[in-house]
Write a new protein. Structure first.
Length: 40
């Protein structure tokens, strides 16, 4: 993850290719929903 974002102090979450920097619950939920829709 550090190579991907260059950040070491901020949480980084990768939801099947959608990278979210920081803890943002609404963005995490949106990324999950977006991936679910793209696989249907």
């Amino acid at each position: 993850m550090e190579q991907l974002t260059g950040s070491t102090g901020v949480p980084v979450i990768d939801v099947e290719g959608i990278v979210i920097r920081g803890y943002v619950p609404s963005a995490i939920s949106a990324a999950i929903l977006q991936r679910r829709k793209s696989t249907d």
